[in-house]
Design a binder for this molecule. Structure first.
Ligand SMILES: [Zn+2]
Length: 64
């Protein structure tokens, strides 16, 4: 009885930890994708929407 009780606690604990890790990594993935290469900003030089991944405006080539 004792072994199955602790086994159940371990299984539930692992499931909770697994769920937390999955949730945290999903949240981090969302956060990363919100900040990452898909983020667009308006170029201060020409006003075009551009990705700041390469540090330069895609439209006019000015430094961002
Ligand atoms: Zn520009």
């Amino acid at each position: 009885m004792g072994i199955s009780f602790f086994g159940l606690i371990i299984v539930v604990g692992l499931a909770v930890i697994f769920g937390l890790v999955k949730g945290i990594s999903a949240m981090l993935g969302l956060f990363k994708s919100a900040q990452g290469g898909h983020a667009m900003l308006a170029c201060p030089t020409c006003g075009q929407q551009t990705s700041h991944a390469n540090g330069r405006c895609d439209a006019c080539g000015a430094e961002l």
